[in-house]
Design a protein around this ligand. Sequence first.
Ligand code: ZN
Length: 132
Amino acid sequence: MWEEVSIKEKLECEAPFCKYPSGGVITYIELDSTFVKNTKAVEDIIDYAFQVLDIPYLAFNFPIDSCLDCGYQGEFNDKCPQCGSTNIQQLRRVTGYLTSDYHNFNDGKQAEVLERVKHSKYSPEGIGVTEH
Ligand SMILES: [Zn+2]
């Protein structure tokens, strides 16, 4: 989760191992919040994972911060960029589970949230395997 690799590199690295676990397997890609509005790029990732690499189960993680006062959604940390409220909910994945307030977790799990690499940061707008 802390390796600074692109989406394509992460998928290609994990794909050969997907056939070994008898109890099931899941591959996660970490995206930044703006990337998920690019449905064509997300579609490219899904197609590449399923059709080219034969990955059986794929999921995306991306932060969703919601202002509980005005409803603004995006990725922000301390306060809402629209109304300035600090009454915000932060949806994050921590040790495999989605949580709406990771600040209630212990120090190690909070550190995990901060250490998770967003693979989209190391990728072109698309996955980098198809022409746009
Ligand atoms: Zn707000």
